[in-house]
Design a protein around this ligand. Structure first.
Ligand code: NDP
Length: 230
């Protein structure tokens, strides 16, 4: 096989329309990766990327993506799409909002991993990245943060268990599963007071993913490499 026919490493990113997902798509493409950029609407700022329609809140959309990508090897799956939901605390907690957040932030990464499992097994790196949040850490999430985002915190705590359970189940297939916290990032979700640029966060996350191996599976780290307690 010549270098011109060698398969490029491939990353699939959900929520690539804006924010961190768009920047991750951009830097992976700039590094020579094939990028499968998924979004429920239009995808911008992704450079050279293959674009796919994906609403992670809809299991049928996830299944359709899996079918459309049959036979395509995927090295890294980044479950990035997420919503914040209500932030008003216990008094404004609302059942439908809570369940919508759980569906997107906690359930969808599991359905995505299942739908793309054969693709990951065909890949060389075999890594699933769940973009989590320190806000979902039982040990650290409330240390310096009293936001009343019950749904979001609970969804990211559930996502962290999904990481640990998937790491256990997929170890035999040589697939590593990570929870990564991107920092408090200047995006629509993070807001203008956030302290980390999208570029720094994405670069830090990519560096961690680049060096991840099976020994790192089932771990929780921040974009700057710091280990986060569950
Ligand atoms: P943004 O709100 O800026 O972007 C969210 C992305 O998720 C958008 O692309 C949005 O698409 C997509 N998305 C939401 N719902 C769906 C859906 N049903 N189907 C497909 N795509 C969907 O968030 P960030 O970029 O800041 O967040 C990226 C990740 O980082 C998330 O997992 C978030 O929880 C995490 N995080 C962010 C922090 C921060 O400070 N920003 C802190 C800690 C964690 P659309 O354009 O269609 O709405």
């Amino acid at each position: 096989m010549t270098s011109s026919t060698a398969r490029r490493p491939t990353v699939l990113i959900s929520g690539a329309s804006r924010g961190l997902g768009a920047e991750l798509a951009r830097i992976y493409a700039a590094d020579g990766w094939r990028v499968l950029a998924c979004a429920r609407g239009s995808v911008s700022r992704t450079g050279e990327a293959d674009r796919f329609q994906l609403d992670v809140a809809d299991p049928a959309s996830i299944e359709a993506l899996g079918k459309a990508l049959a036979g395509v090897a995927i090295d890294v799956l980044i479950n990035n799409a997420a919503v914040r939901g209500d932030t008003g605390g216990l008094s404004t907690l609302e059942a439908d909002d809570f369940l919508d957040v759980m569906r997107v932030n906690a359930l969808a990464p599991l359905l995505m991993t299942r739908a793309l499992l054969a693709n990951l097994k065909d890949g060389k790196r075999r890594i699933v990245v769940n973009i989590s949040s320190r806000a979902g850490s039982l040990a650290e999430g409330t240390l310096d943060d009293d936001d009343g985002d019950y749904a979001y915190r609970c969804s990211k705590a559930a996502l962290n268990m999904a990481t640990v359970k998937l790491a256990q189940d997929l170890k035999g297939d040589g697939i590593s599963v990570l929870s990564l916290h991107p920092g408090w990032v200047k995006t629509d979700m993070g807001g203008s007071d956030a302290v980390v640029s999208v570029a720094d966060s994405a670069a830090g996350l990519k560096a961690i993913i680049d060096r991840a191996d099976l020994a790192a599976s089932g771990s929780f780290h921040a974009y700057d490499g710091r280990r986060i307690s569950w």
